[in-house]
Design a protein around this ligand. Structure first.
Ligand SMILES: Cc1ncc(COP(=O)(O)O)c(C=O)c1O
Length: 397
């Protein structure tokens, strides 16, 4: 039993709802409401454009980057917040292939989030230099890291199954052949301990609306290893990544350090909300979060499997091999998830047949986990899912 103390009181969770989808969109931190209000009423309203200086809005991307850095093992000054994760993926791949001009392969796997693959493929086609995006099975990644590979680009925790890649081993393998290593931490940041510096990862990217609770559309982040950043030529050379944005030079000169990965004007209100959301992690040891997350996910798996024979575990059975989510396959997974949601238990669905359940120790409790497991078993045993209303697919699943 972990000694983790829930911070549930810090979140505005609707009465009667069991929320197991913080791996997709974190819930509303109470402090974010007040911070958003203050940013608008006390800063934007009275300060108008002077807020950029008076309220230090311009410093938010780097300050938030440092706060996230503490959760992912990145040293201060090596992480920048901004744009969307897809954009950060583009920046990462563009920088990496340019740093390995003699190599033509970007290696990824078919467990990666499609947007990462789309962004990389689109970029490589635009470059028109004969690059190839090579996509292999997750288990085959290590064997395909060869001297032709410019960069290996992987999502650390698989968005569908929760399977974890061995960050240290794969990064070491990439470095052994002179390739660069890019990690997508969308399902890792705030979910489990990450040691970017210890693994010597070259570039990492992630989002802030999942386990970091920054709200819908919250910005992404990018980290570059400090000893590499001076070699990075930003492909998205926006004015705020310039060395002197307010000199308005006509020629681009990359900014100092990680500031060169900035692009344009930061979304101040969304960043202020994220700043308040990150307070929930103050004083929390990610190892404690991890221990509690394993306790919750183990409980869920054992109770679902004890009560229901018609679902199949899609996540690794070894808790050390999966992130902070558990996925079960069921032939009518979409309808079963809708039936759960109708009962106030919220997870989500990923095609073709995966029901996903995220466990966030900051606010999820063991009782909630048992409640959700019992409800899932009942819905499947009684056929409660088998109603037309539960089968009609909505735009967002
Ligand atoms: C692993 C991963 N990469 C990339 C993305 C795309 O992020 P965004 O929509 O913020 O660009 C997501 C979105 O959920 C994701 O899970």
């Amino acid at each position: 039993m972990s000694t983790f103390r829930s911070r549930r009181d810090q979140f505005d969770l609707p009465e009667g709802i069991t929320y197991l989808d913080g791996n997709s969109l974190g819930p509303l931190p109470k402090a974010a409401v007040e911070r958003g209000r203050r940013t608008m009423a006390d800063e934007w309203g009275p300060m108008l454009i002077t807020g950029w200086n008076k309220a230090k809005w311009m410093e938010l991307p780097g300050r938030l980057g440092d706060r996230i850095g503490t959760l992912i093992g990145a040293p201060a000054g090596s992480t920048m917040v901004g744009d969307t994760l897809s954009i950060k993926v583009y920046q990462a791949v563009a920088s990496a292939v340019e740093m390995r001009p003699d190599r033509k392969i970007v290696l990824s796997d078919n467990g990666n989030f499609p947007s990462d693959l789309y962004m990389a493929d689109g970029l490589l086609k635009s470059l028109g230099k004969g690059h190839e995006l090579k996509v292999v099975d997750p288990e085959a990644v290590a064997d395909n890291i060869t001297e032709e590979v410019a960069a290996v680009m992987l999502t650390h925790v698989d968005y569908r199954t929760g399977r974890i890649h061995d960050m240290k081993a794969i990064t070491d393998k990439a470095h052994a052949v002179g390739a660069l290593m890019i990690w997508d931490l969308a399902h890792s940041a705030g979910a489990l301990p990450v040691d970017l510096a210890g693994c010597k990862a070259d570039i990492a990217v992630g989002c802030t609306y999942k386990y970091l609770n920054g709200g819908p559309g919250a910005p992404g982040f990018i980290h570059v290893r400090p000893d590499l950043i001076d070699q990075v030529r930003p492909a998205l050379s926006g004015w705020l990544g310039h060395q002197a944005p307010f000199a308005f030079d006509l020629d681009y000169r990359p900014g100092e350090g990680i500031s060169r990965m900035r692009v344009g004007t930061p979304p101040v209100i969304q960043m202020a909300v994220l700043d308040a959301a990150l307070d929930a992690f103050d004083g929390v040891d990610m190892n404690d979060i991890r221990a509690r997350s394993i306790e919750l996910s183990e409980r869920f798996i054992s109770e679902v499997e004890a009560g229901c024979k018609d679902v199949e575990l899609a996540s690794p059975r070894d808790p050390n091999g999966r992130g902070s989510q558990v996925s079960f396959r069921f032939h009518e997974g979409y309808a079963a998830m809708q039936a759960l949601i109708a009962r106030g238990i919220i997870g989500d669905f990923r095609a073709p047949d995966i029901m996903r359940f995220g466990f966030c120790p900051l606010y999820n409790t063991p009782d909630e986990v048992s409640h959700a497991a019992a409800a899932l078993c009942e819905i499947i045993a009684t056929g409660e899912w088998d109603r037309p209303g539960f089968k009609a697919r909505k735009a967002v699943t």
